[in-house]
Design a protein around this ligand. Sequence first.
Ligand SMILES: Cc1cc2nc3c(=O)[nH]c(=O)nc-3n(C[C@H](O)[C@H](O)[C@H](O)COP(=O)(O)O)c2cc1C
Length: 196
Amino acid sequence: MPSNTIIKKRNNNKINYSIDMKKVIALGGSNSVKSINKVLASFVVNKLIDVEVKVLDLNNYKLPLYGIDVEEGKGIPQDAYKLLNEIKESDGIVLSLAEHNGTYSTAFKNAFDWMSRIESKLWSEKPMLLMSTSPGERGGATVLEVAKARFSYMGGNIVAEMSFPSFFENLKDGKVVDKSLNSKLEMAIEKLQTAL
Ligand SMILES: Cc1cc2nc3c(=O)[nH]c(=O)nc-3n(C[C@H](O)[C@H](O)[C@H](O)COP(=O)(O)O)c2cc1C
């Protein structure tokens, strides 16, 4: 099973002692084990400085397909509380959404729906860098718009947003290939860093 990984960093170097740092979670909106959105969220969150980083994996949360009958019969699963607690205990969020047919992946929407049954304002006003990526030229721009419109009703505090086009051409060997895309990304990361 994939694990959530925690890294503490100071001045962009990994450190192994515990000090009081802002906690930032990163999540890819996908249950693919090779999720490019998880890769991107992880890449981006690790650019922040003086933060404790935790990269979450949706596969670690066992959530049955949401349905009102399941909820009434068995209640809300513990893992929905677990994921929501990660959000609530964080100081910031990097979320990169996979786009499936112009909207959220089923796995993300399912987790989102379950958490919304606990608390409708589930994003808890935590500063969020909202992203999307795909192998295509639009980089999931449609799901980004969907999320932007919805999250504002659900405790979302989006401080920066960007879709990252043509993932496989643009992120190579741990670097953003295109200069203007890299500048745009650096600016988005700076906005999150400032908001923490
Ligand atoms: C059912 C399905 C629908 C998809 N729809 C879109 C789409 O609407 N737009 C897009 O850019 N890519 C689409 N894709 C391609 C995904 O962007 C691609 O699989 C990507 O790797 C998903 O992100 P992930 O690796 O983080 O899961 C779709 C893929 C699947 C399996």
